[in-house]
Design a protein around this ligand. Structure first.
Ligand SMILES: Cc1cc2nc3c(=O)[nH]c(=O)nc-3n(C[C@H](O)[C@H](O)[C@H](O)COP(=O)(O)OP(=O)(O)OC[C@H]3O[C@@H](n4cnc5c(N)ncnc54)[C@H](O)[C@@H]3O)c2cc1C
Length: 277
């Protein structure tokens, strides 16, 4: 059946001579099949008072194809959906990693922080979204995240390193307090190890116990202070809606960023959407 259609089953084919194989890599959302899958909670790792890294194991015969930056949607028992960005790059083996911030009173995150146990079964749909690295461009990249908006940016950095992209990348990661930069050491390690990579952590409300000597203020303002002319850049922004909206407005209206070079996922909640109606 496959042969007449010009297809081959490489799992049971044997090469008779040297050969070159062209592989069509997944490079745009249209190439990726959206699936509904069950998964098992593999680990719930507390990284800050209100942030966990949730690791999800897929069934043995399943593998999730996605683009670094995309998200999944949990399908809850009552049919509600909740979105979370994959925090590891697609090439990495092992469980899918999510970074989840507790929203007290929130339907899903109350469950994650209060009652979820390892080995619990969840169902999700993925991959979703158009927030992923545009690899055809050579422009330098600004990665802008607030809080757990770091998650898809981590996937993008890991993917760029894996693909040896070598484009200049600067990661601006904003949070209120130092403890909210829940993987600070990892980002600092990237800045030491990855050529052409800079990391700028920014706190909006440091207190004396943070002993913070770094940048202070709103994270998107730090980008503007450093790069007042963004006309030659691509920006990938992710996190709370107010940060994403302010960045888009200020960068494109006042700092030269072309509108189609601003890519974003805004972490709107179901409550935000209900209140917006
Ligand atoms: C594309 C996308 C990707 C995302 N990725 C991530 C991620 O990687 N990490 C992450 O931490 N989050 C992410 N989010 C946010 C996430 O999907 C959830 O919105 C968040 O975790 C809250 O879910 P919840 O069920 O706990 O809260 P919800 O039940 O949605 O409630 C949210 C908050 O609003 C309050 N609330 C509920 N109802 C009302 C109401 N009617 N009026 C006022 N307040 C109300 C609740 O008390 C709670 O504090 C993402 C969102 C999107 C859209």
């Amino acid at each position: 059946m496959k042969k007449p259609r010009g297809m081959a089953l490489f799992c049971c084919a044997t090469a008779c001579s040297d050969l070159e194989i062209d592989i069509r890599e997944v490079a745009s959302v249209g190439d990726v099949q959206v699936k509904k899958l069950p998964c098992r909670v593999n680990a719930i790792e507390r990284k800050a008072d209100d942030v966990v890294v949730l690791k999800l194991q897929l069934p043995a015969n399943e593998r999730l194809q996605y683009l670094a930056g995309q998200y999944l949607e949990f399908i809850l028992k009552d049919g509600k959906h909740r979105s979370y960005s994959m925090a590891n790059a697609p090439h990495t083996e092992g469980p899918i990693e999510l970074h989840i911030r507790h929203m007290p009173g929130g339907a899903f995150t109350d469950h994650v922080f209060n009652t979820m146990k390892e080995r619990d079964i969840l169902r999700f749909e993925a991959p979703l979204g158009t927030f992923f690295l545009r690899e055809e461009s050579n422009k330098p990249i600004v990665l802008l995240g607030s809080g757990t908006g770091f998650a898809p940016l981590k996937a993008i950095v890991e993917h760029a390193v894996f693909k040896n992209l070598n484009r200049p990348m600067t990661l601006y990661w904003g949070a209120r307090r130092k403890k909210d930069l829940y993987l600070l050491e990892l980002a600092e390690q990237w800045a030491r190890d990855i050529p052409n990579f800079e990391f700028v952590p920014v706190l909006s409300e440091p207190d004396a116990s943070d002993a913070w000597t770094g940048r202070v203020g709103f994270v998107h303002r730090a980008v503007i202070e450093d790069l007042p002319d963004l006309s030659a850049y691509q920006v990938y922004a992710c996190g709370v809606p107010v940060m994403v909206e302010s960045a888009q407005r200020d960068f494109t209206q006042h700092h030269g960023l072309p509108e189609d070079e601003f890519y974003a996922d805004s972490f709107t909640s179901a409550a935000d959407l209900a209140n917006a109606v």
